[in-house]
Design a protein around this ligand. Structure first.
Ligand code: FES
Length: 239
């Protein structure tokens, strides 16, 4: 049973809310139907705080903090939707588009893409930054799936689902900064992996067209994610 001491009361957008000690700001906000934009976060996977889209303002803190990994504290006063936050969120989306080659018109997930949806939601209709147009590889060596690094936003969902849910840890990230890439095993072609179970979980949690099923054409790859909360719930029941 939850002890009374572990309940925290706070304000989000001037609304009085409460949560249990250890919950994140994002969890508590969602429980109270307060929407905070996210990209790297996905229900059923551990939060990683990598995309920074969920940044919020906290009274008394000079820094913006990511709601998905910041625990609630008693008396917090949080703003989730100020003009300043919208400005930075738009900038994050623009930088993601500028960093790699996201050509929606020829993408397998056109119309089903979390990055594209978020850009529309935040009103990003042009990119103010110079496109880098990196020359990144496509690995189509797997029989069923392909990875196009040009469309990867390095959210790490594929790494986490493979490790935390499938238990294979086939995927990881290598290198640093703008050189960072998602890799298979220690950098092998996907089709030669000894650890990949071909479950397709990584493909379905990927927010963009970076991971896709082979044989899908433009706009044909809608991701299926219902399995994730279901698997997590079944495991909780078995504990
Ligand atoms: Fe919080 Fe990405 S959703 S940092």
């Amino acid at each position: 049973m939850t002890s009374p001491q572990s309940i925290k009361t706070l304000k989000i957008n001037d609304i009085h809310v409460s949560g249990v000690e250890g919950q994140t700001i994002l969890n508590v906000a969602r429980e109270h139907d307060i929407e905070i934009p996210t990209l790297c976060n996905l229900e059923g996977l551990s939060p990683s705080g990598s995309c920074r889209l969920c940044m919020v303002e906290i009274k008394g803190s000079p820094r913006l903090l990511p709601a998905c990994v910041t625990p609630i504290e008693e008396g917090m006063e949080i703003s989730t939707d100020s003009a300043r936050l919208l400005k930075y969120r738009r900038m994050i989306i623009e930088l993601l588009f500028a960093e790699r080659n996201h050509i929606c018109a020829v993408c397998v997930t056109n119309g089903h893409c979390d990055l594209q949806n978020m850009a529309q939601r935040l009103g990003v209709d042009h990119i103010r930054f110079t496109y880098r147009y990196p020359n990144l590889p496509v690995d189509a060596s797997h029989a069923q799936f392909a990875v196009d690094h040009n469309r990867c936003i390095l959210c790490g969902r594929c790494v986490r689902v493979c490790d935390e849910i499938e238990g294979a840890h086939t995927r990881d990230m290598c290198c640093r900064g703008i050189e960072t890439l998602i890799i298979t095993d220690l950098g092998k072609p996907w089709g030669t992996s000894d650890t990949c179970t071909s479950c397709g979980k990584c493909v379905n949690v990927c927010p963009t067209g970076a991971l896709a099923e082979k044989g899908k054409s433009v706009a044909e790859m809608a991701k299926r994610r219902a399995f994730l909360p279901y698997l997590v719930m079944r495991r909780e029941v078995r504990k």
